[in-house]
Design a protein around this ligand. Structure first.
Ligand SMILES: NC(=O)c1ccc[n+]([C@@H]2O[C@H](COP(=O)([O-])OP(=O)(O)OC[C@H]3O[C@@H](n4cnc5c(N)ncnc54)[C@H](OP(=O)(O)O)[C@@H]3O)[C@@H](O)[C@H]2O)c1
Length: 317
């Protein structure tokens, strides 16, 4: 087992499922692990359990609802202040919103949590990653990206929202984001890769209702444990053989060619620009939504007319 003593790692969605298994393994290797959870109590519970289970008392808890750009910015600022050097960022948190809901930033929730959150968090922590280089970014995508129709002019499910379509789209965006991130990080010593963890028995499909639930129930006996699901992300995070590998997609522990729509470099570059508008690094002072520029709001106007914003969002589980 390769050691991570002296290294700092941040794992989002570390309160359960694959993220929790990844964080536990990293702690076992001696890393200082920042366990990020949406709920501060759950984050502290995970911190305590991981400390107890691994004997590593450098596990720390951070809370941020990744559906809120203000919370992402505040959490990233706290992390940067405490840890100016970050060796590993695991963008794992994700969910599926069964209904179309808008976040406080007036963005469709699945897009906000699954794509814009890792985009914004990675940008806000890039200086810390570069300062720690060699460093790595691992983003948890999915084979479901192959179902996606990638239309960058309709990232928010306008005019018709479909939960599976929204989820698959964000998983394709995870791969496109990784391709462009790797390109932009060339020469910095920071590598970035995306990974499908396999079909894993976690709570992610808890909110799925109706006939869509049947295939999930039928699949359940064949799903892997969170620990098995963590193997692919961990390989990319710690295995010395992957220290110089960047901009790739893996299906568990094997490199895989993404669907054509998820590997086009021009689409990846355009997605980066759109994401920068939807999730700017600094919040516009006193602007509406606390984090979305006027231009982004203009782009969202058609969507907003059809959807009622809600104060806070919880992807259905
Ligand atoms: N399970 C699979 O078969 C499978 C297959 C392919 C890809 N994946 C990907 O694997 C990743 C991890 O999912 P999982 O299967 O381990 O599911 P999970 O057990 O439901 O874990 C998801 C984690 O993300 C967190 N999260 C969700 N929304 C959040 C928000 N708004 N703010 C902060 N944290 C939030 C959850 O926090 P709470 O505990 O507070 O809800 C939880 O810790 C996801 O990106 C998913 O797309 C999973």
């Amino acid at each position: 087992m390769s050691t991570m003593t002296g290294q700092v790692a941040l794992v989002t969605g570390a309160t359960s499922g694959i993220g929790r298994a990844v964080a536990t393994d990293l702690a076992r290797r001696g890393a200082t692990v920042i366990v990020v959870g949406r709920d501060p109590y759950k984050a502290r519970d995970a911190q305590a359990a991981i400390r107890l289970g691994t004997g590593n008392d450098t596990v720390v808890a951070e809370a941020a609802d990744l559906a809120s750009q203000a919370e992402i910015r505040a959490m990233a600022a706290r992390v940067r202040a405490r840890f100016p050097r970050l060796h590993l960022l695991v963008n794992n948190a994700g969910g599926i919103s069964m209904e179309r809901r808008l976040t406080v930033d007036r963005i469709e929730t699945t897009l906000a949590v699954n794509h814009l959150a890792p985009y914004l968090l990675t940008r806000l922590l890039t200086d810390a990653l570069v300062a720690a280089a060699p460093a790595r970014v691992v983003t948890v995508a999915s084979e479901m990206h192959r179902l996606a129709r990638v239309d960058l002019d309709d990232l928010q499910g306008v005019p018709r929202y479909d939960a599976v379509r929204a989820y698959s789209l964000t998983k394709a965006l995870n791969i496109l984001f990784t391709i462009e991130l790797a390109r932009r990080l060339e020469g910095t010593g920071v590598v970035a890769n995306a990974v499908h963890p396999g079909g894993v028995d976690t709570g992610i499909w808890r909110g799925v209702r109706g006939w869509r639930r049947w295939p999930i129930l039928a699949m359940r006996p064949f799903l892997a444990s969170p620990e098995r699901g963590a193997e692919g992300p961990l390989m990319l995070a710690v295995d010395p053989a992957y220290a110089g590998v960047t901009g790739r997609y893996f299906n568990r522990r094997k490199e895989s060619r993404p669907a054509p729509a998820a590997r086009d470099p021009e689409t990846a570059a355009r997605l980066w620009e759109i994401s920068a508008t939807l999730a700017p690094q600094s919040a516009p002072d006193g602007g509406p939504g606390d984090g979305t520029s006027d231009a982004a709001l203009a782009n969202l106007s058609a969507f907003s007319k059809r959807s009622r914003p809600i104060r806070s969002t919880t992807p259905e589980r």
